[in-house]
Design a protein around this ligand. Structure first.
Ligand code: FPP
Length: 279
């Protein structure tokens, strides 16, 4: 299928970018730190919540585009454990917005065969949000298309703590004195168990941080940081990020292009020779 058919209503610029894209070497999993909603609003003299509303619109378009490109997995960082420190009114608004998004978009998510998954400490979310999420995951559980993973009340260190505690419990229960963990065992106990590790991490709004996001899973991810604020991160920006990804030489600490086995022999990954792309 021609790339151009994958995105409806492609603009001339998008068509040009699509033509350059190699559909056979797209990332298996894109993880996105959606940053800059507040600044987007501030620049327009609007309240921060207007930035979050615009952020939802951008998220909708990126989800749809990734599904059309048949990416296996997309993870969006929607609310971190640290985000509770924001003013209560903003936190309440973000929770409402999420529920609004789910109630409006779930039918189309389901129709497009997308499987919704939420990672994070869901038990600490307000009941109404938790119930909506559970309903969304139940509805889409047997879908076989793109996995849409929403990180909500998520922190990567908390995820590791949760995994270690489960493992410690299992070790105790087993009574074995020679209980040993390996990388696969740890991966299998993360919230993301069964998902491929992200091979592309996108961060908008120019900050060069990973902000406690998927720390274990992004060990070999290519990073793409753009100055573009999240509400302005368009389909065109996504295509630019994908093209930049396809220019990278992935070495996984070795000389070839295959990941080393996951049991500690991977070594350090050299800094990519290519310049980091900026939008
Ligand atoms: C960062 O902007 C963004 C967030 C705190 C997450 C909110 C994300 C959305 C509303 C997108 C919706 C996602 C889904 C899954 C529907 P910021 O407030 O930190 O911006 P700033 O750094 O400019 O203040």
């Amino acid at each position: 299928m021609k790339a151009i058919e994958l995105l409806k209503d492609a603009s001339p610029k998008e068509s040009t970018l699509l033509d350059k894209l190699d559909l056979k070497s797209l990332p298996q999993h894109i993880a996105v730190i959606m940053d800059g909603n507040g600044r987007w609003a501030q620049r327009r003299h609007l309240p921060r919540i207007a930035g979050h509303r615009a952020g939802v619109k951008a998220a909708r378009q990126i989800i749809e585009s990734c599904a059309r490109l048949k990416l296996p997995c997309l993870t969006l960082y929607a609310f971190s454990l640290e985000n509770w420190r924001r003013p209560q009114a903003e936190v309440d608004f973000l929770m409402r917005l999420l529920r609004e998004y789910l109630s409006r978009e779930l039918p189309s998510i389901h129709k497009n065969n997308i499987k919704l998954q939420v990672i994070g400490r869901a038990e600490q979310l307000p009941d109404a949000v938790r119930l909506d999420i559970e309903e969304g995951m139940r509805l889409t559980a047997s879908n076989t298309g793109m996995k849409l993973v929403v990180a909500l009340n998520y922190g990567a260190r908390a995820e590791l703590v949760d995994a270690f505690n489960v493992l410690l419990k299992q070790a105790k229960a087993s009574g074995a004195s020679d209980f040993q963990a390996d990388e696969q065992l740890i991966s299998d106990h993360l919230y993301t168990a069964g998902l491929p590790d992200p091979d592309l991490l996108i961060r908008t709004s120019g900050e060069m941080r990973v902000s406690n996001f998927l720390l274990w899973q992004i060990a070999y991810a290519e990073m793409y940081v753009t100055e573009t604020l999240w509400p302005d991160f368009s389909r065109e920006c996504l295509l630019e990020a994908l093209l930049d990804f396809q220019k990278r030489e992935r070495r996984y600490g070795g000389l070839g292009s295959k990941p080393a086995d996951t049991n500690g022999s991977a070594g350090e990954k050299p800094v990519s020779a290519k310049k980091q792309g900026r939008g």
